[in-house]
Design a binder for this molecule. Structure first.
Ligand SMILES: Cc1ncc(COP(=O)(O)O)c(C=O)c1O
Length: 402
C-alpha cells in the first residue's frame, strides 16, 4: 500500500509546479497511521488530538476511518464542525477553560470535559446538567522533553479529594484522564499511570462514584531518526496488558496526535543563497525555524533532512532559514554534498507540531500545504489550487480551495 513512507515523489516537479517552500500532506498516510494504532489498541476509542495538525483534510481522512476527535479550543471546534464531525464523538480536554469556551463546546454538542482542580470544578456548576467530566491525573515523565504533567493534572494522592469536592457540587464525574508526555521512548509511564488510575477508579467506585471512562491521552511516538515506520503494535503490547487489569465495563479512550500526523507531511524547500563561514558551507533556505521547522524550537524535535539531487563528497554543512534572526538555523553540522542555489532540501516526518506552531516573523508567509492521496493516485491533481495560508484567518488557514 502506498503512503509517504514508500511513495517516490518527484520533488523537483512539485517545486516547479507549486513553488517553494511547500508542505505535502498525504491523506493515505493519515489513514495508515490511524489503522496501525487502532490495530495496536483495538479496544480503545481513538480521539485524534487536533493540535499537532489542525487541518480539514486530516479530519476528513480520519472521518472515513471512523475516528473520534479531541478538541481544546473554539477554533478546533469550528474546524470539526465545518468538517461535519458528529459532536458526540468529540471530547474537550483542555483542563483550563473560560466559561464561554465551555458554552461554545456545549452549543456544538460536545459535552465531555476535563478538570484538574477545584476552581475549574466550580465553573461547571451552572453546566452540571449537561457536562460530563473527566479528572486529569498528573504523571510526570522525565523521559520526554514534552512533559505535560508539570502544567496540568491533579496528583494521584489528591484525586479522591477532588472527586469528592466535585460530588458536593453535584457534578457528573464519569472518569479519569492522563497524558504522560509526548513522543515517549517506551510505554512504561502509560502502564504505571493505568495501574494507578485503576486503583483510584476502584476506590472511587467503592465509595459510590460511577467512573466508567479512562482516557490514556497521547504520547505515542514516531521514528524521527530513521523516518521509518514505528512498530506501534509492539510498543503498545505492555499497554494492552495493563488495560486488562481495569474493572469490567470501563471504556478506554486515547488522544493520539503526533503518531497520526507526523509521518503524513514532508517539507520541500530550496537553497536561495550560499556562503562560506567559519570554514563551512552555509546554505540559506526559503523555510526555517520560524515557519515549517518551528517544531525544532517548540517541540524539541530534529527532522530527518536530505538533499535528493545533490552528488559529491559529503561535508559538514549548515542549513539556515530565511529570516534575519541568527537562531534561524535548521542544522549546524549536517553532512551534505556541495549544494548550489536552487538545490532542494526535503524534510521528512514534518506533520506534527510544525506548521501549527509556525509564525510569520519578518512578514514571511507560512508555507503552503498541498494535499495529496498517494494511495488513490491523485497526487498532484491539477484541479487543486492552494491558497497562501497567510491570507486566510486562523481556523481556516490550512484551507485548500479547488
Ligand atoms: C490534552 C492533550 N491531548 C493530546 C495531545 C496529543 O499528544 P501527542 O501528540 O503526544 O499524541 C496533547 C499534546 O499536547 C495534549 O495536550
Amino acid at each position: 500500500m502506498k503512503n509517504l513512507y514508500t511513495a517516490n515523489l518527484d520533488y523537483r516537479s512539485l517545486v516547479n509546479k507549486y513553488g517553494s517552500p511547500l508542505l505535502i500532506l498525504d491523506q493515505a498516510t493519515v489513514r495508515h497511521q490511524y489503522r496501525s494504532l487502532k490495530r495496536a489498541l483495538p479496544s480503545v476509542t481513538l480521539h485524534y488530538a487536533l493540535k499537532p495538525l489542525p487541518h480539514p483534510d486530516v479530519v476528513s481522512a480520519l472521518l472515513e476511518e471512523g475516528s473520534s476527535f479531541d478538541l481544546a479550543t473554539k477554533g478546533e471546534i469550528d474546524l470539526v464542525r465545518n468538517a461535519g464531525v458528529d459532536p458526540r464523538t468529540c471530547i474537550h480536554t483542555h483542563p483550563i477553560k473560560k466559561d464561554d469556551e465551555i458554552r461554545y463546546a456545549l452549543d456544538f454538542g460536545c459535552n465531555t470535559f476535563v478538570i484538574d482542580n477545584i476552581e475549574e470544578a466550580k465553573k461547571f456548576v451552572s453546566f452540571r446538567d449537561q457536562a460530563r467530566l473527566l479528572v486529569r491525573v498528573s504523571f510526570p515523565n522525565p523521559e520526554t522533553p514534552v512533559d505535560l504533567s508539570k502544567k496540568f493534572g491533579v496528583l494521584p494522592q489528591d484525586c479522591m479529594e477532588l472527586l469528592r469536592f466535585a460530588k458536593t457540587l453535584g457534578l457528573n464525574v464519569v472518569g479519569l484522564s492522563f497524558h504522560v508526555g509526548s513522543q515517549v521512548p517506551n510505554a512504561r509511564r502509560h502502564c504505571e499511570a493505568i495501574e494507578q488510575c485503576n486503583d483510584i477508579i476502584r476506590q472511587a467506585n467503592e465509595e459510590g462514584f460511577d467512573l466508567e471512562i479512562l482516557d490514556i491521552g497521547g504520547g505515542f511516538p514516531v521514528d524521527y531518526e530513521k523516518a521509518e515506520e514505528k512498530d506501534i503494535f509492539s510498543f503498545c503490547a505492555p499497554i494492552r496488558d495493563a488495560l486488562a487489569i481495569l474493572p469490567e465495563g470501563i471504556r478506554v479512550l486515547a488522544e493520539p496526535g503526533r503518531f497520526i500526523s507526523a509521518p503524513s507531511m514532508i517539507n520541500i524547500c530550496t537553497v536561495v543563497g550560499k556562503a562560506r563561514r567559519f570554514g563551512k558551507p552555509w546554505y540559506y533556505l526559503d523555510d526555517g525555524v520560524y515557519c515549517s521547522y518551528s517544531g525544532q524550537i517548540f517541540d524539541h524535535v530534529m527532522y530527518p533532512k536530505f538533499a535528493p539531487y545533490a552528488v559529491g563528497e559529503p561535508q559538514e554543512s549548515v542549513l539556515a532559514g530565511p529570516t534575519c534572526d541568527s537562531i534561524d538555523i535548521i542544522a549546524e553540522n549536517i553532512m551534505l554534498p556541495e549544494l548550489h542555489v536552487d538545490d532542494i532540501i526535503v524534510g521528512k516526518m514534518m506533520g506534527a507540531y510544525t506548521i501549527s506552531t509556525a509564525t510569520e516573523f519578518n512578514f514571511i508567509n507560512k508555507t503552503e500545504i498541498l494535499v495529496v492521496d498517494t494511495e488513490r493516485g491523485d497526487e498532484l491533481d491539477p484541479q487543486f489550487r492552494i491558497e497562501p495560508v497567510s491570507e486566510v484567518v486562523t481556523t481556516d488557514r490550512f484551507k485548500l480551495v479547488s
